[in-house]
Design a protein around this ligand. Structure first.
Ligand code: MV4
Length: 452
């Protein structure tokens, strides 16, 4: 086992990793940017090293500074968390060359899954159903039009180097495709430094469902019950639940079995998530795989009563998966992402937290780096707390979450708590009858006079 872990991240996920490391008896090193001098991850780690100014390219993405911090502190492993360097295959390569263990999948696996087009083909080879689409990147509009005609409109342009919604453009006709193609190319170039695009058939009456996997270095792989992630805005998830109210035992068995086989096919190691669309006929289609720990991992931890981060650290140290293949699951879990933003306009609202009450009690978990008196820096994402509820049934979990949200008090900043309370009171949500179109129709009903 390692003796000291450096956490190349900030905020709630850095704290989450510090907690797991501590429980395993490991020392922790925080790296922080200048505005994060008084952030909780900086204050709670055993050691802390400043790696640069606010700008992420000069701090949390600054590999030479992070590697220097690892060397100075004699850390023997690095955990990247999510975002920042978590899915950059150069980072595990550099860690390896410095004799430091990267806590995550090997670089070649990351490179494969980072190329969304290649990942699609590889998953097709492994017999996982993928969304009908173009098997190679499209460089010209005529080529794209031909593919779109073959697939039938609507189609969606996606960035080969993308993921998470960036560079995605829906086209409902040939003229729209012509219009959107250069826009998507520019967006992909800007976000990923690679303008390459591919096409998929657009599936709108679908649910966004993902399967968590974990694999050790000995070839043992576990696939967990699905997480329902259909409630998103601008491809940012807002509320997640597990199990999905739409997925029955038969579909769950088919999906977990298919994912386990595909993960084995590519020799998956560490934590990972396979994202799917599931249509009305309960047909599932692979979209992409994320080679990192995800924001919503706690809901899986709640229903399985385990610690995915501790397990991920142990696996990186060469230990065998400690869970049996027939892992027992019970109950239901929901996560609400509380953002420091206006609940109606979604405009970020950084600032000082003047008063703070976070919920608790049986079945409530809060993952947050917020504290009373903390000045939320404007430089990073707006996630202030994840409120996670667990109860025996979905209905009880909704009630528990509602109670928790009503007790949560954040003074000094705006939050989206009222938006979440709106979801929990929505009849389609309560029935579990919702899909990826939910957010659009929810906002229309809430704001009938809205101009956009
Ligand atoms: C799609 C799709 C429909 N058809 N791809 C969004 C996040 C990224 N990981 C993949 N996403 C989607 N890809 C095809 N071929 C629908 C989504 C999607 C979505 C789209 C519009 C509004 C809300 C959405 C929520 C989840 C997924």
């Amino acid at each position: 086992m390692f003796s000291k872990i450096l956490i190349a991240n900030r905020g709630e996920i850095a704290l989450r990793i510090i907690r797991a490391a501590r429980e395993l008896g490991l020392k922790t090193v925080a790296v922080y940017s200048e505005p994060d001098k008084s952030s909780l991850h900086t204050l709670l780690a055993d050691e802390k090293i400043c790696i640069g100014p606010a700008k992420v390219s000069e701090s949390y993405l600054n590999v030479p500074n992070i590697m220097s911090a690892a060397e100075i502190s004699k850390a023997d492993a690095v955990h990247p968390g999510y975002g920042f360097l978590a899915e950059n295959p150069r980072f595990p390569e550099i860690c390896q060359s410095q004799g430091i263990t990267f806590i995550g999948p090997p670089a070649p696996l990351m490179r494969l899954m980072g190329d969304k087009s290649r990942a699609r083909l590889e998953m097709k080879k492994s017999k996982l159903p993928v969304i009908p689409g173009s098997d190679k990147t499209l460089n010209e509009i005529p080529e794209a039009k031909k593919e779109a005609q073959r697939l039938g409109f609507p189609v969606i342009l996606k960035a080969k180097a993308g993921g998470g919604g960036k560079g995605m453009r829906i086209a409902r006709s040939a003229s729209q495709l012509e219009e959107q193609f250069p826009i998507a190319q520019r967006e992909a170039e800007g976000a990923f430094g690679d303008p390459s695009l591919y096409l998929e058939k657009y599936i709108s009456k679908a649910r966004h469902i993902e399967i968590q996997v974990i694999g050790d270095t000995k070839g043992n792989i576990l696939a967990f019950a699905e997480r329902e992630c259909s409630i998103q805005r601008k491809y940012q998830k807002l509320l997640e639940e597990t199990p999905s109210p739409f997925v029955d035992e038969k579909l769950r068995r088919r999906m977990t079995k298919a994912v386990q086989e595909s993960a084995r096919f590519i020799g998956y190691q560490s934590l990972g998530t396979f994202e799917f669309l599931v249509d009305e006929q309960k047909k599932f289609y692979f979209m992409e795989a994320n080679t990192r720990v995800q924001v919503e991992h706690p809901i899986t931890e709640m229903i399985y009563d385990l610690d995915l981060i501790k397990e991920q650290i142990k696996i990186a140290a060469g230990e065998k998966l400690s869970y049996p293949p027939g892992l027992a699951r019970r109950g239901h879990s929901l996560e609400c992402r509380i953002n420091a933003e206006d609940a109606e306009t979604f405009i970020p609202s950084p600032g000082k937290i003047d008063f703070l009450v976070l919920p608790g009690g049986e079945g409530i978990r809060v993952d947050s780096a917020a504290y009373c008196g903390w000045q939320i820096p404007p430089d990073y994402d707006s996630l202030v707390a994840k409120i996670i509820a667990f109860a025996p049934s979905r209905q009880e979990t909704i009630k528990k979450m509602k109670t928790a949200l009503e007790m949560t008090t954040l003074v000094g900043i705006k939050t989206n708590i009222s938006l979440h309370l709106g979801f929990l009171a929505n009849s389609s949500f309560i029935k579990g009858d919702y899909d990826i179109r939910f957010m659009e129709s929810f906002l229309k009903k809430q704001q009938p006079k809205s101009e956009d």
